[in-house]
Design a protein around this ligand. Structure first.
Ligand code: AVJ
Length: 325
């Protein structure tokens, strides 16, 4: 297929084994235990996340989708002929809204999805090619950092990097500074950055979204231990942990933890570690920061990213920012 190119960036394997393994060792051997949120996403975890997106309490995905449906034609009109780079493209469901908008204006379609899951990239790319007869895809399998560093040469007059779904919420303030400077380095002057962020809102709404009544979020959280057992030959017993999520209103972030139901020891043979965990001790698996638009605009501007337009829903629950370098 001439319209599809998939590039596997060198250190995908390294980042999934050597480097990432050291993240796990570091996180589990420090006083306040943590595990990085990207370990949620094995096949089962990706599937559970898609289920989370459909939950009545999880307003995030449907709110952003509705905003995109309302503003995609504006975005296409502002950027004109423009190739779409997407970080963490996953199943590319929301991407179709943007591709439709470019297509409706008769503009050429070029898409550069970036994801650590090569299987997911290949499947969604093949489906997109069937549905968009003029689309060209150059997929990059790798981390954001590597992909941003090794973006292929531009083939259309402009470029937009999309980072939607509020994935930014997983980065702490320091990590987000590094991330924004990588975005700035990947863009040329005049090019665009599209950022989707979950906004601050009453605590009861946020806590319900991360403590759904069907227990899907709990299963998603606990599945991280199964994934780590599989990767590193571990013996986490998921029946001896419980899901625990709350809104930290000092830091403006949801924190997801796994709380130990007893005093226990866990071994990860492939990483050569043995970890003692006290009863009620927790392992933090995710932060999901909640933003306010004025602050994020200010932060973006310190990186030279100037916000041209902001779209929100009527509740002001989610924000989509179109910035230009
Ligand atoms: C994919 C990081 C945006 O923070 O809401 C959903 C992940 N965790 N439910 C989020 C998640 C628990 C999600 N992000």
């Amino acid at each position: 297929e001439k319209r599809l190119k998939i590039q596997h960036l060198r250190s995908v394997t390294a980042s999934l084994t050597t480097t990432a393994g050291s993240d796990v060792v570091k996180g589990l051997t420090q006083t306040a235990k943590t595990l990085p949120p990207r370990y949620f996403y094995d096949d089962r975890g990706s599937d559970l996340f898609e289920q989370i997106c459909e939950l009545p309490e999880y307003y995030v995905t449907r709110t952003e989708t509705a905003i995109l449906q309302a503003c995609a034609s504006d975005i296409a009109e502002i950027t004109k002929e423009c190739e779409l780079v997407e970080l963490g493209s996953g199943s590319s469901t929301k991407t179709r809204i943007l591709l439709d908008a470019y297509q409706n204006l008769g503009l050429p379609l070029r898409y550069l999805p970036i994801d650590v899951s090569a299987g997911m990239l290949e499947n969604s790319a093949k489906q997109l090619l069937l549905d968009y007869p003029t689309l060209e895809i150059n997929a990059l399998a790798g981390t954001y950092e590597l992909a941003l560093h090794e973006l292929p040469a531009k083939q259309l007059p402009s470029r937009i990097i999309a980072f939607i779904g509020s994935t930014l919420g997983n980065l702490n303030p320091q990590e987000s500074e590094v991330f924004f400077s990588q975005i700035t380095q990947a863009l040329h002057s005049g090019e665009y950055f599209l950022l989707g962020i979950d906004l601050q809102k009453p605590k009861h709404i946020l806590e319900a979204a991360y403590n759904d009544s069907q227990g899907v979020t709990a299963a998603f959280n606990l599945n991280m231990l199964e994934h780590i057992n599989w990767l590193y030959n571990g013996n986490f017993d998921t029946t001896q942990f419980e899901h625990f999520a709350f809104y930290n209103d000092t830091e403006n972030q949801i924190e997801m933890h796994l709380r130990s139901l007893k005093s226990q020891n866990v071994k990860l043979e492939a990483l050569n570690i043995s970890v003692d965990i006290k009863a009620s001790e927790t392992i933090m698996t995710e932060i999901s920061r909640k933003f306010d638009i004025a602050t994020i605009k200010q932060q973006l501007s310190t990186h030279g990213l100037i916000t041209q337009k902001v779209w929100t829903d009527t509740n002001n629950w989610f924000g989509l920012l179109l910035c230009q370098l």
